[in-house]
Design a protein around this ligand. Structure first.
Ligand SMILES: [Zn+2]
Length: 69
């Protein structure tokens, strides 16, 4: 299986090897302007990073409606 080498920051939200997408903060005062994420549940990619008050992306396999395991 081919894997791409990528560099992730601590601010990124990547778990496992699902396809990634990039969130971009629209607030010019946001500390984190761009961040990588691979939650399958994101719909709005222009919101703030969790460190800037945004919602934490839902991690596949740890969905709250499954009991958080
Ligand atoms: Zn996302």
């Amino acid at each position: 299986m081919k894997r791409e080498v990528i560099t992730l920051d601590k601010s990124d939200r990547v778990v496992g090897d699902r396809p990634m997408h990039i969130h971009r903060a629209t607030d010019p005062s946001a500390k984190i302007k761009e961040w990588v994420c691979n939650s399958p549940y994101c719909e709005d990619l222009s919101g703030p990073h969790p460190d800037d008050g945004g919602a934490e992306p839902i991690v596949q396999g740890r969905e709250p409606w499954r009991g958080g395991r």
